[in-house]
Design a protein around this ligand. Structure first.
Ligand SMILES: Nc1ncnc2c1ncn2[C@@H]1O[C@H](COP(=O)(O)OP(=O)(O)O)[C@@H](O)[C@H]1O
Ligand SMILES: Cc1ncc(COP(=O)(O)O)c(N)n1
Length: 285
């Protein structure tokens, strides 16, 4: 039996029946609200979770791209993590932009201490706009976090970095890389095909044993794809405490993100690659 004191001085571990899962984003910011923490909180809310957030980077960005990345001292990151976990029993965590080796180490130690039931890592390295958000040292540090996570959700470029290969150009090559990563890191991988050029937008859930489950959706014709990866990984962290397995969480999240992409053009936010509509299923425009 797990005692509350093993995990948190304030709260029991499992969220009580009828309560909302308590879900934490550890990620960077986007002042235009389409990606990063701001998107994660909208995604948590859209899936009925109680959302919390620890800031790893203050990013000056908009729908055209990234202008500057400001990193808080490591103890500021640790202070935020501890303030949350000293008080709140965290059911699920979504990790986004981890911009330095020191951050990865501290987040890893915090995960070991707090042991949230579900951990989703979106290995943010390259934004949808193509901008590199991390330096190569930090990209390597993300690999060190893999043993501590339950699900990792790389896009095609990030998957290639994680397996140390060139970015795949075909879906079958993506699947091979995902199988390799899942086996090597002993982690469930959700490989995302959002950057492919065909009529579909396939994703694939791959287990360490090499079982591949494809979840596909028609490609939505829109350039407003800012924050899709952030929003999807957050949806998965919010859904998993209430789903039986990753596959059902992925199916639900995939349907939701397709709807958010279909509603994206009507949002009219920014003059570049705009955000998706997180609230499309809740609140009519
Ligand atoms: N134009 C699109 N139409 C439908 N689904 C898309 C489209 N673009 C991205 N997606 C989906 O959005 C999610 C995020 O994928 P992707 O864009 O590859 O990640 P990232 O934002 O990390 O680069 C995936 O489920 C992907 O299949
Ligand atoms: C702080 C932050 N984190 C992540 C992304 C990637 O966004 P996308 O989901 O479009 O790949 C971003 N642009 N900014």
């Amino acid at each position: 039996m797990t005692h509350a004191s093993d995990r948190s001085p304030q709260q029991t571990r499992e969220h009580p029946p009828g309560s909302r899962p308590r879900v934490l984003s550890i990620a960077g910011t986007d002042p235009t609200g389409g990606a990063g923490i701001q998107a994660d909180l909208k995604s948590f809310a859209a899936h009925g979770a109680y959302g919390m957030a620890v800031v790893t980077a203050v990013v000056a960005q908009n729908t055209h791209g990234v202008r500057a990345v400001h990193l808080p001292p490591v103890d500021v990151l640790v202070g935020q993590l501890e303030a949350v976990s000293d008080d709140v029993a965290v059911d699920a965590v979504k990790i986004g932009m981890v911009a330095s080796e020191g951050y990865a180490q501290e987040i890893g130690l915090w995960l070991d201490r707090v042991q949230p039931r579900w951990v989703v890592l979106d290995p943010v390295m390259v934004a949808t706009s193509g901008h590199h958000l991390l330096d190569p040292g930090a990209e390597r540090a993300v690999v060190d976090l893999l043993p501590r996570v339950d699900l990792v959700t790389p896009n095609m470029a990030e998957l290639a970095v994680l397996v140390g290969q060139e970015t795949a150009t075909t879906w079958s090559a993506v699947l091979e890389q995902a199988v390799e990563l899942a086996r090597r890191a002993s982690v469930v991988v959700l490989a995302k095909g959002g950057h492919l050029l065909g009529p579909g937008s396939p994703d694939a859930l791959v287990t360490p044993e090499g079982v591949v489950t494809e979840v596909s959706a028609p490609r939505v014709q829109t350039s407003n794809v800012h924050g899709t990866g952030c929003s999807l990984s957050s949806a998965l962290a919010a859904l998993r405490p209430r789903c039986d397995d990753w596959e059902s969480a992925v199916r639900e999240a995939k349907t939701w993100i397709s709807g958010a992409l279909e509603a994206a053009d009507a949002l009219a936010v920014g003059s570049g690659n705009g955000p998706i509509d997180h609230l499309h299923a809740q609140v009519p425009v």
